[in-house]
Design a protein around this ligand. Structure first.
Ligand code: NAD
Length: 738
């Protein structure tokens, strides 16, 4: 029998080696066809009396990325179309679809022949669940071998037996931790947890797996044996009583009840461990069917999986420009940002020339990379050789002539137009004419800076966020004259350093900072209204924001907020900033010297570690305080999400961002906009434009013009449109296909 995605070779000992290697795909994923073939392979192996058992492995460097979430999206599409006609039939279809993989793995583990999974590389989601259904599991001893059940990160959960097999193999607490966080496991950690049996030299992986079968591996899972006992003890035991009540409290503390999939994991494990295995799988299947129908799952799959992948693959890149393989990159300004940019560039294996005004400053910038990579080595996250290689790629210099040969230069000097002008001129004198010049400015329009360039077509904005090594989003800013080559090179670079690019047209604050400013400004307004500061911070967290607005203001620096306010007044006039907010920030900075985290005091106090930061008690004395019971806590939450979403809608109306995928993904990666919503625009789409506009109107009456809906939203509300329909990112593709 031949298969499209697998080869099956049986050796002299009667052990079949099933190798998964999908043609035309860089990574194995589960598709309809793959599942059908695995089904047929199980039948063939069971039917062949000459086969004793089988080893399952991959022919690619990775084992598998898990399910093709496009398949899930398709299943949901069918469900929604069918539901309008026959809701019961639709649910049954979804239930059957949701259980397909689960029962296939069950068929494998009860096939009567032993199966061993030989995990040669990254093994995610459904693929790790397949491995857990095998009677033996061996992982190769290599850095690139990682195992995880990461489904919770996209709003679903491991629905092919993962919630049942993991807590039957591992200690329940560790199992819950792994399932609800989606964390990656190294082979060592997986073995320590009891999830795999052996770790083998990569070259001996298949041999080790086969040896397990030759040595008489039993084709029965522990939970199918009589007298099976859970490794952590039963649910109703002293250990269970110690684990479950706090587990539920921790879940609430971590998710604020915004993630039904995480809650479903706890329910699956708790209920599933009380019953026999087949019943447990059915419980999991029921919850999975329910979670798949949730708005959170649909929104998170779309933004955090489909759109994110598309943007990472360069969805917005002009197709007709050849891809740039970077041989050398220049970074000018080795300060806070430039040093970080040099680090991420060298980490991607690209040589960097790091220029500052003098060699000492440039070397200080390089020392930042030394610090970061040395720390990674100390924590075991990088090897000493990697440190050497990375540092060898960074050449500090004070001589612009060293930029010769660079494909791209990124300028991160002081935020001063004159300094930037001089830098551009000096750099361009040393650069080849095809080189691209990028500015990391936060506030100066790219179109204005491009006037300093002799080649404005080659001038673009590449706007990083701090800390550069941790923030995954980069805004690529288009000036009026920026050409396709510059856009393509900027996107190629962002992809090369493994970050996500979003393309933004030139405007004050670009996209991200405009939204972030609204978030903090709403918090200042609440403080001025007399809302107790802890309620403000907690309401934001409860709404799904990872960092409270006051904590965020401290991170960014309160004196920077003051500078931005002053600059805005200079540029746009007194009316552009609320005078009460200016007074609040002036009081903090000028009267109390509270600059933020950097000087240990801002909206919070920062006592020496390990003590935790605490809101500054003095905040209570700045304004007469409302009683907590007089504050509408849910309305606070709504104000935060609405004010940001309205700004994003304005950004779309102005054509600053043109693709809803970028607005959504950008909002989650840059400022953690309530990920369960799928991002700013999905949040509005989820509520529905009409209801959102009505909600905004109520807030506008009470809290001011910030909540005024832009015309675009009013129009969408009138027509019953969503952002994804109005700004359909796939419209071009559909036209091409027609
Ligand atoms: P910084 O003051 O830490 O660093 C600026 C560096 O530029 C200094 O090392 C300085 O010596 C060097 N420099 C000044 N003039 C120079 C010249 N003529 N030639 C070579 N080097 C020169 O500032 P930063 O915070 O790193 O900001 C740099 C740029 O990045 C600014 O445009 C800023 O708006 C932007 N930015 C900052 C952040 C942030 O969070 N700090 C975020 C995004 C973008």
């Amino acid at each position: 029998m031949t298969y499209t995605n697998f080869t099956v070779e049986t050796d002299a000992d009667g052990i079949a080696l099933v190798t998964w290697d999908m043609p035309d795909r860089s990574m194995n994923v589960f598709t309809e066809e793959v599942m059908n073939e695995i089904d047929a392979i199980i039948d063939a192996i069971v039917a062949d009396a000459g086969i004793k058992g089988a080893v399952f492995t991959s022919g690619k460097e990775t084992f598998s990325g898990g399910a093709d979430l496009g398949m899930l999206q398709k299943m949901l599409g069918i469900f929604h179309a069918e539901r309008a006609k026959d809701p019961q039939k639709a649910t049954k279809l979804l239930f059957d679809g949701a259980g397909r993989m689960s029962w296939l793995w069950r068929k494998l583990e009860t096939s009567g022949k032993p199966w061993v999974s030989a995990i040669n590389g990254t093994c995610m989601g459904g693929a790790f669940e397949l491995s857990l259904a095998c009677h033996g599991r061996v992982a190769a001893d290599a850095d690139h071998v990682k195992m995880a059940l990461p489904e919770v990160k996209v709003g679903i959960f491991p629905g092919a037996g993962g919630t049942q097999r993991v807590p039957r193999l591992a200690d329940q607490q560790q199992a819950l931790q792994m399932l609800t966080s989606g964390q990656n496991l190294t082979p060592k950690k997986a073995k320590a947890m009891g999830l795999i049996h052996e770790i083998a030299e990569p070259s001996k992986l298949v041999e080790t797996a086969k040896a397990m079968i030759r040595n008489g591996l039993k084709p029965v899972q522990p939970w199918d044996e009589k007298g099976f006992k859970l490794p952590g003890g039963p649910i109703y035991s002293a250990a269970g009583a110690n684990l479950w009540p706090p587990a539920i409290a921790i879940l609430r503390r971590e998710t604020w009840d915004n993630y039904p999939a995480a809650a479903a994991i706890l329910k699956c494990v708790y209920e599933g461990l009380l019953v026999p295995f087949d019943t447990a799988l059915r419980i999991e299947q029921r919850y999975f069917t329910e979670i798949m129908q949730s708005g959170q799952a649909a929104a998170m799959i779309r933004s955090l999986f489909v759109s994110l992948q598309e943007l990472n693959k360069g969805a917005r890149r002009p197709a007709d420009v050849p891809e740039t393989k970077f041989r050398k990159i220049g970074v000018i300004g080795a300060g806070f940002m430039g040093a970080g940019i040099a680090y991420v560039t060298a980490k991607a294996g690209i040589p960097v020339v790091l220029i500052d005004r003098d060699i000492e400053a440039a070397e200080k910038g390089k020392a930042h990379s030394d610090g970061l990579i040395s720390d990674a080595v100390k924590k075991g996250r990088a090897k000493p050789e990697e440190k050497e290689k990375l540092l060898a790629l960074i050449t500090p210099s004070a001589d612009y002539a060293d930029l010769d040969g660079a494909d791209l230069v990124i300028e991160a000097v002081f935020e001063d137009s004159e300094v930037k002008k001089a830098t551009t001129e000096k750099a361009e004198a040393a650069l080849k004419s095809s080189a691209i010049f990028a500015s990391n400015t936060s506030t100066i329009p790219i179109t204005a800076l491009a006037k300093n360039s002799v080649r404005p077509k080659n001038f673009v904005g590449i706007h990083f966020f701090s800390p550069v090594d941790r923030m995954m989003l980069v805004e690529v800013i288009l000036g009026k004259k920026t050409g396709d080559a510059a856009l393509a090179v900027a996107i190629d670079y962002v992809r090369a350093i493994k970050k996500t690019p979003v393309v933004v047209n030139d405007t004050r604050g670009f996209y991200v900072n405009r939204c972030v400013l609204r978030y903090m400004s709403e918090a200042y307004k609440m403080l001025i209204e007399g809302v107790p500061a802890p309620m403000i911070e907690n309401a934001a967290r409860a709404a799904g924001m990872p960092v409270g607005p006051l904590a965020l203001a401290d991170e960014i620096a309160v004196d920077l907020a003051q500078k931005i306010m002053k600059q805005t007044i200079r540029d746009l006039g007194e009316k552009a900033v609320d005078p009460e907010q200016v007074k609040l920030i002036d009081t903090l900075v000028d009267k109390h010297g509270r600059l933020g985290r950097k000087n240990g005091k801002g909206f919070y106090d920062y006592p020496p570690k390990p003590a935790k930061k605490k809101l500054w008690p003095g905040l209570k004395d700045l304004y007469p305080q409302k009683k907590p019971e007089d504050v509408d806590y849910e309305e606070l939450q709504k104000r935060f999400l609405y004010t940001i979403a309205l700004e994003a809608a304005r950004v779309m109306e102005e054509g600053i961002v043109t693709d809803p995928r970028e607005a959504d993904v950008g909002s989650i990666l840059a400022f953690g906009f309530a990920p369960y919503t799928g991002g700013v625009l999905s949040y509005i789409d989820g509520i529905g434009a009409q209801e959102f506009v009505a909600g905004a109107k109520v807030l506008q009456k009470k809290y001011g013009v910030e909540f005024k809906s832009p015309k675009l939203l009013l129009d969408m509300a009138a027509k019953g449109e969503t952002f994804y329909r109005r700004f359909d990112p796939y419209a071009g593709r559909a036209k091409e296909a027609a």
